[in-house]
Design a protein around this ligand. Structure first.
Ligand SMILES: Cc1cc2nc3c(=O)[nH]c(=O)nc-3n(C[C@H](O)[C@H](O)[C@H](O)COP(=O)(O)OP(=O)(O)OC[C@H]3O[C@@H](n4cnc5c(N)ncnc54)[C@H](O)[C@@H]3O)c2cc1C
Length: 461
């Protein structure tokens, strides 16, 4: 078993209002678990911060002791960047308050909040910010990488709704970044990941949403998948921005609306949300039901927060996960061929290929308007290998890598930073794209010694 180096954490413990955990402490083992069970890192110390002042102390302690420093929001990052082997983890999971000013359509969000916390607080007022599709994801990491979900075609990337942020810098200063103050930092936070400091508060602009919206799934047999994918491509080419339809290729899970005999069979599901009037949405999605005879479908009006949690059971924490991802500006026939071949060879019942539709409002800002650069992206594909038994590691990882290679020539070459795995340091340039140089300059201003480096790292330029 690996052992963490001995470290005198007493000064940190004494100065922190939150808990400080080291190996052997009650709660340490639980505190080092993250969403992806493939990651097994043993930090020297975990600082559970409760306040911005705690974060300042923890950043100072890491700097003084030259400890590798990681920041944990929701702990969902596939690469395990929420943890630092032998280092200090600033664990923000206890700072999860969300305060909504409904009149001003603003939310103040602490960095340990999960998407479920943000959705619940904002939807209480019929408002929302576009976030991801798994409600146990952390708002912090998701936002810092760009952030997209069912509402993004209507209201843009998550960063497009970010109004300001409070940040603890590498020097331990607390700064307020927005379009006027520390504007360079504010630009970098909107897609540059956790490279520039610890965000201790996000301020989001909110949009009127629901609270009840048309959403759900239409499930087709794999035999019809080719025809449905072609129809889906044509459908999305003219779909209004309020409508999001994503494709999922996998084995059919035991969903109650599917006949028992199809459970476990390869399938293609179209998952959709319409952000406008439900009746208009019904009319709009009707052609999707005609693409082939569905195995089953479950589309109806339900609370937006329920749809936000619909995929949670399939994406629960604790399984082993390995991802590969591409961005696409269009969907070529060859991609469909490769995807169907991958569907034929799924190495576990939980492996899946997710095709998320972007476009719409996400395309409007210029590529250099925010650090998130990939405004031309129409679809993001996530090849999601997921399994339980360590014996299946090699087989499942090999499947993801194989399909990733097979589909590469149809992709745009860019990649969503939040979908990069630990072994993809060679793709960091593709993730920051044309904005990497400016990000490196801003990194030099705010973190010249690269204290924040256990992430998709930007070297000080
Ligand atoms: C099941 C699942 C579904 C997903 N679905 C989507 C989706 O629909 N849309 C989407 O956009 N993304 C999605 N993601 C990706 C998600 O955006 C990233 O995993 C993101 O990094 C998660 O943020 P976190 O706070 O939970 O992660 P963490 O692992 O806690 O942190 C991720 C990174 O952000 C840094 N960080 C965290 N908090 C802070 C902070 N306060 N200040 C500075 N740096 C910080 C960390 O150092 C780390 O490098 C999904 C992920 C999973 C596992």
């Amino acid at each position: 078993m690996k052992t963490a180096p001995v470290l005198d954490v007493q000064p940190l413990r004494a100065g922190l209002s939150g808990q400080t955990l080291i190996p052997g402490d009650d709660g340490y083992e639980e505190a080092r678990q993250i969403w992806n069970a493939l990651i097994d890192k043993r930090p020297a110390v975990i600082a559970r911060c409760l306040t911005t002042a705690d974060v300042v102390r923890a950043v100072g302690f890491a700097r003084e002791h030259r400890l590798p420093l990681a920041v944990r929001g929701g702990g969902h990052n596939i690469a395990g960047s929420a943890l630092a082997e032998g280092g200090l983890v600033i664990d923000l999971s206890s700072m999860k308050r969300v305060t909504v000013d409904a009149g001003a359509r603003r939310a103040m969000v602490e960095p340990g909040a999960l998407l479920a916390d943000v959705d619940a607080a904002t939807q209480a007022h019929g408002l929302a910010v576009p976030v991801g599709i798994n409600s146990t994801t952390g708002i912090a990491g998701l936002t810092l990488g760009g952030g997209f979900g069912w509402l993004s075609r209507t209201y843009g990337m998550t960063v497009d709704s970010l109004e300001s942020a409070e940040v603890v810098t590498a020097a331990g200063e607390v700064v307020h970044a927005d379009a006027r103050r520390h504007a360079d930092l504010f630009w970098a936070l909107r897609g540059g990941g956790g490279n520039f400091g610890v965000v201790t508060r996000f301020e989001f602009r909110l949009h009127p949403v629901g609270p009840n919206l048309l959403s759900g799934l239409i499930v087709y047999d794999a035999r019809d998948a080719r025809r449905v994918l072609e129809g889906y491509r044509a459908f999305m080419a003219t779909a209004p921005e309020e409508l999001s339809v994503w494709g999922v290729l996998r084995q059919a899970p035991p969903l109650p609306f599917l006949p028992a005999e199809v459970h476990g069979r390869p399938m293609l599901a179209l998952a959709l949300l319409y952000a406008g009037e439900p009746a208009a949405g019904e009319r709009l999605v009707a052609p999707l039901r005609e693409l082939a005879v569905p195995l089953g479908s479950h589309v109806g009006v339900q609370p937006y927060v329920s749809w936000q949690q619909a995929f949670d059971p399939l994406l629960a924490r604790g399984a082993r996960n390995y991802w590969k991802s591409h961005n696409f500006t269009d969907l070529e026939d060859g991609l469909f061929d490769a995807a169907l071949a991958a569907l034929d060879r799924l190495p576990s019942p939980q492996c899946e290929i997710f095709l998320a539709a972007l476009g719409g409002a996400t395309r409007r800002p210029a590529p250099d308007a925010t650090a998130y650069a990939h405004r031309d992206t129409q679809f993001i594909m996530n090849v999601h290998a997921r399994w339980e038994d360590p014996k299946d590691d090699a087989r499942c990882i090999a499947w993801a890598r194989w399909f990733f290679q097979a589909s590469a020539r149809f992709a745009s070459g860019s990649v969503y930073v939040n979908f990069l795995t630990e072994d993809e340091t060679d793709r960091v340039g593709a993730a920051y794209g044309p904005n990497q140089r400016r990000l490196a300059e801003i990194k030099r201003t705010y973190d010249p010694a690269n204290l924040f480096h256990t992430n998709q790292n930007i070297q000080p330029g």
